[in-house]
Design a protein around this ligand. Structure first.
Ligand code: 5GP
Ligand code: MG
Length: 477
């Protein structure tokens, strides 16, 4: 998963500090690498591996001159995530184009081969954004040298070419030299991307929480298959290029986005509270009577409060999180994941000893975090440990940008509830219901493929093989 942001200012003021601070706000979306590219009369780029604050020092922010620019925070869903693969990517013609994206191109490897075989274009990196950039740049160049000379219609036609060739989920922002910012969403609109407006400036961001800081007013989410171009005078052109069923990823509300963001008009915190209430009702019906509810920091906490309200029992901060440790799931090796759960979370004995404890988390994916937590809580004297996930079992790979791309990733995939319970070591496992999850969004068919195996864009056999080969290769590092 990744976070993206882009700003353009009419007053031609430097925006690099706002860009970098916005990346900090989106840091939860990726901690492996980050980068910014700006434009005044030429491009200025800084990117690297690590956290935003490790990469950008004052001198870099001063060097990143420009009134328009884009930025990115990354965790890789393709490739090993080396510094070379950090975004933004850049090509010097036509115009000079910088690009950032959030999502995952399913046919990355076959497109890379196609670009080489048909045009001898070298896609150098293991970053799927590079194929989007190449397809777009190539198409724009073709249209610009053809009879059609209207720039705006040419870029929209180039986006159409991207749609026809690139399969997967992608929300994209491009910085086009001397021209402006272009943002678009894939035809199903799987990953979020919203637009914000203020006097003299326009912005795009993965999550609305960026605009709370940058003082843009959240205007709206981009539509599926829609492209929006903002020129240097802040004139906005938008076009619905290819509209498919809207299938926004529900995992954004379950886990990924910040609770203070609003996506598609639905507050993330509110959605988690609703899921908590539904879970509480289910537990009540099951006739279980824990002594205390503990939310697993951070995502599980708002739901835990709601569960406790439903059950009319106390909620406690019985697990304390070390806020200086970044998300553990992101670490490529399993052993690392195990030990960093211990580093990240610590139980408080007075809240847990001799009690029947109900733990509430957002999801159970591999079962790594959950089994460590159950062990920890038992080791300080819990009587019974009930483990609840407010989302249903995660059973299917995500090909659209969440790093769970192979079947081996899922504890619940081929196992019944009791088998999962045994592995995690809890006295009981409780999952949220699929229908309650679906009800948090007003869309007919949000993407819930990881929960219900119903894919908006069917993965093809070759793509799955390429993707699995890639992920297994790097996970084994
Ligand atoms: P598990 O217990 O299955 O090993 O992991 C579940 C935990 O991982 C939950 O606490 C959830 O918050 C977190 N999680 C779920 N999906 C993701 C993800 O895509 N990235 C990261 N960093 N954490 C995740
Ligand atoms: Mg968690």
């Amino acid at each position: 998963m990744c976070g993206i942001v882009g700003f353009i200012e009419k007053q031609r003021e430097d925006i690099s500090d706002v860009l970098v601070n916005s990346l900090l706000i989106l840091q939860h979306r990726g901690q492996d690498a980050a980068g910014v590219i700006t434009y005044d009369r030429s491009f200025h780029l800084k990117k690297g591996q690590g956290l935003v604050q490790q990469i950008f020092q004052k001198k870099h922010i001063q060097r990143l001159k420009g009134f328009m620019g884009i930025g990115h925070v990354r965790y890789p869903t393709i490739g090993p995530g080396t510094g070379e693969d950090a975004q933004p990517f850049y090509t010097n013609h036509p115009y000079g184009i910088g690009i950032v994206h959030n999502g995952n191109v399913m046919n990355f490897f076959s497109l890379k081969r196609k670009l080489w075989n048909e045009r001898k274009w070298q896609v150098n990196s293991l970053n799927d954004v590079e194929v989007i950039l190449n397809v777009f740049a190539m198409a724009l160049e073709d249209f610009e040298t053809g009879k059609e000379t209207d720039f705006v219609s040419n870029i929209f036609k180039a986006v159409e070419t991207v749609y026809s060739l690139v399969r997967g989920a992608y929300s994209v922002i491009l910085l086009i030299g001397d021209r402006g910012l272009l943002a678009f969403k894939d035809p199903h609109g799987i990953r979020p991307l919203s637009m914000g407006i203020k006097q003299g400036g326009i912005g795009f961001a993965s999550e609305s929480v960026v605009f709370d800081y940058s003082l843009h007013k959240l205007k709206r989410e981009l539509l599926p298959g829609e492209a929006v171009f903002v020129d240097k005078d802040l004139k906005v052109f938008s076009r619905n290029i290819l509209k498919n069923t809207y299938r926004p990823c529900i995992f954004e509300w379950v886990y990924f986005s910040r609770p203070d963001s609003i996506i598609n008009g639905i507050g993330v915190l509110e959605a988690r509270k609703r899921l908590g209430r539904a879970l509480g009702k289910k537990i009540k019906q099951m006739g279980i009577h824990p002594d205390v509810v503990i939310g697993i920091p951070d995502t599980g906490r708002p739901a835990a409060i709601e569960v406790a309200n439903e059950l009319k029992i106390p909620v406690s901060e019985g697990l304390i999180r070390n806020r200086y440790i970044t998300r553990t799931f992101i670490m490529p090796r399993n052993t690392k994941r195990h030990s960093s759960v211990r580093q990240k979370l610590n139980p408080v004995m007075s809240e847990i000893k001799d009690k029947n404890v109900l733990l509430v988390d957002d999801s159970i994916v591999r079962g790594t975090t959950s089994s460590e937590i159950v062990k920890m809580v038992r080791s300080i004297g819990a009587k019974k440990v009930y483990y609840a996930s407010y989302s249903p079992p995660v059973i299917s790979p995500c090909y659209y940008g969440i790093d769970m791309t192979t079947n081996e990733d899922f504890i619940a995939r081929d196992k019944n509830l009791d088998e999962v319970r045994k592995i995690i070591g809890a006295d009981l496992i409780i999952y949220g219901e699929l229908k309650d999850l679906a009800s948090i969004l007003p869309f007919k068919e949000p993407c819930m493929a990881c929960f219900n195996n119903n894919y908006p864009i069917k993965p093809q056999k070759d793509d799955i093989e390429d993707i699995e080969k890639d992920r297994l290769q790097w996970n084994l590092l």
